[in-house]
Design a protein around this ligand. Sequence first.
Ligand code: ADP
Ligand code: MG
Length: 683
Amino acid sequence: MTILVDIDHIDKIYPLKNGGEYVALRNVDLKINQGEFVSLIGHSGCGKSTLLNIIAGFEQASIGGVVLSGKLITAPGPDRMMVFQNYSLLPWLTVRQNIALAVNKVMTDLPAEERKEIIEKHIDLVGLRAAAEKRPSQLSGGMKQRTAIARALAIRPQVLLLDEPFGALDALTRGNLQEQLMAICEEYKTTCVMVTHDVDEALLLSDRVIMLTNGPEAHIGQILNVEFTRPRKRMEVVNDPKYYVNRGEIITFLNQQKRDKRRKRKVEVEKMAVPAIAAVRLVEKSVVTLGYVPTTDAAPLIVAKEKGFFAKYGLTQVELIADSSWQTIADGLANQRLDCAQLLAGMPLAMTIGVDRRRPTPIVTAMVLARNGNAITLSKKLYDDGVRDLQGLKEAIEATPELPHSFGLVDNVSMGSLLTRYWLASGGIDPDQDISLSLMSSAEMKNQLSKGFIDGYLASEPWNSAAVKDNTGFVVATDLEIWDGHQNKVLGVRENWAQENPKTHVALIKALIEACEYCDDRRNREEIVQMLARPDYLNLPAAQLRPGFIEPFQRSQDQAPELLLRFNQYYVEQSTCPRRSEAVWILTQMARWGITPFPKNWVELLERVYSREIYGKAARELGLQDGVDDHTLVKLFDGVLFNPDDPLSYLDSVTIHREICIEEIAIDEPVLKRTSRSLKTAA
Ligand code: ADP
Ligand code: MG
C-alpha cells in the first residue's frame, strides 16, 4: 500500500488575545493510504476542522507538517478539494457553471471539448442532469451538496476532504448521498478524509475511523479498522454482527471523552484562578462595596471573601458591609454608598418600580444567593392554646376578636413576607384585616414575641430556632413546606453600575457561584459556622447557627429535631440561576397586597431587571449549564398552580387581596418613571 498523505507529528497552537495560547492539536500523527477512506470523529471543538484545514493547506501546523505525495503542504491546491457543510457554491452560477468554473480553472492543459465532457460526466455522476441549468437558490440542500461533490471530484483531486458534508441534510437525503459518495469513491478509488460526528456514517463509509480526544491538546485517542467488504450495502453493513461491536467501541470512546471533558473543565476553572494578579487586569474594578444583612443566608458572600473566591476572579478588594436593615441596604444602593448587595428576593423589582414614595432605583439581578431558609414562628401562648397549624391559627384568631393579633416581618417585599401573606390568605386569614403586620428586625421580633407583644413572625435563621430554644415560640411551618426551593436572597447591583462594569459583574457572579457550591457541601458547614459566628460577621455563638444549617431543626420543645437537607440551599438544582417565573410570582403578590402596581409591561420590565445574559455568561465560563426552563407551572403548598406566562388571569382568580392596580411602568434611560395611571379594581 502506498502512503498518500503523511500527517507527521503536528501541533496546532493558536495565539490568544490575552497573550496566552491555545494548543488545539498536540502530536497528531497519521498516515493515510492511497484510495483509503478515513473518518475523523470527536466532540465538537476538539480540532477536527483544524486538522482538515491543515491538510487542505488553509492553515499551517505550528510544529510538524503534512506531506502529500512526497511534498510538504504549504498552501491550498487542486490536488486537495474540500467539501464543506454549507456547500459554498457561487450563487449566481448554475450547477453546470459552478462545476465548469473549477474544471476550466484547473484543467487548463486539456482541450475545451474534453473539459466539457468531464463537466457533463460529473453532472450525471451525481444525478443532476435535470437541474443542470438551475442556480443554488433553486436547489434543495441535497442537490447543492451533490453539486459541491461533483465540482470537487471533476478536477480529479488526489484527496477529497469533507467537513461534515451531510450535517445539514435531512436523514433520508443524507442516507442517499452517503451511498452515492461511497459508490463514486469506490469507482474512482478516491482518497477521502471526512469529518463527521455521526457514528453510523463513519462506519458505513470508512476504512478507518480516527477518534480524537477533546481539546486542548487534542490527539488521536483510538483508531478503529472497519473491515466490512466493499462494495458495501447499508443493510448488509448494519446487519453484520461486527457492526454493533464497532459502534459500541466508538460510542464508548466518545462517552469517555465527554466525562473527561467535564472533569477537565473543573480543573481548568481552578487553574485559571491561580494567577489572581492576571485576573485583576480582566475586571474594570477590583474594589467593590457589597452590602448585606447578617443572617445565615449571607454565607456565600462571607465564604467568597474568606476562601478567596473573589480574589480568584480579580476582585481583590471586596468590602463586605453589614447593614442592620434592608431599608439601609436599599438606600445604600440608591445613594451609591454600595455598588451591589445581597437583597431580599422582591427588592430588585420593588426598587426598580419604586415603593413607599421612594424614587425608583433600577436594579439588575443576575443570581440567586440562597433558597429556602425561612420559617414562621408563633408564640408559646398560641401553642399552649393548642394551635399547631394554619387552621388552628385561624380558629384562635376568630375566637378572640377583641384581642389585637399581630405579626412581625422584616420587610414587605421579602419572599418570607410574601409567602407569609400567601400562607395566611390560603387559610382564610386576611393578613391586613384579621391581623396587623409590623416591620421590625429579626432580633426585635424574637424579643417582642417573648414579651407577648406579637403573636408570630416570619424570619430567617437563627431567629426561629432561637425562640424554640428559649421556649418563647414554636415553628408552625418552614418555607420548605410552603414552597420548596423558592428564591430567598439574590444579588442586586445598580443598573448603571452593571452597565459600567460588565466584567466585574460577571467575575462577582462567578466567585459567588463557586462560594454557593462550597456552602452547599455539608462537609464545609462546620467551618462556615465558625466563620459566620465571628464578631466581624454575624457576631453570634456558633451553637445558635447550627440548627437547620448543620444540625437537625427543632420546631418546638415537644418535638424531636428533624434533619432538613434543603433548608439552606445555595447551589444544588441550579439554585443560583435566576428564574423569571419566580419574578412574575413576586410581581403578582406585590400587586395583590397593594405594595406595587402590576406592570402592564411586565415582560419588558423583567427583561431589564432579571439578567439571564449575565448569569449565562458566568455559568458558561464556569462550565455550568447556563439557564433553566422558565415556563414551568409553579405549585405551592395549597395546590394552586401559578402559570408564569399568564399573571393577569392569576390575579383575577385570587380571593383575599387589596385593590390591584395595573400600570404601565415607563422604562426610560436613565431611571424608570411612571407614566399613565390606569387603576383596575379586582373583584
Ligand atoms: P471541531 O471542528 O472539532 O469542532 P475546530 O477544529 O473548529 O473544532 O476547533 C478546535 C479548537 O481550536 C476549538 O477549541 C477552537 O475554539 C480552536 N480554534 C479554532 N480556530 C482558532 C483560532 N483562530 N484561534 C484560536 N482558537 C481557535
Ligand atoms: Mg468543525
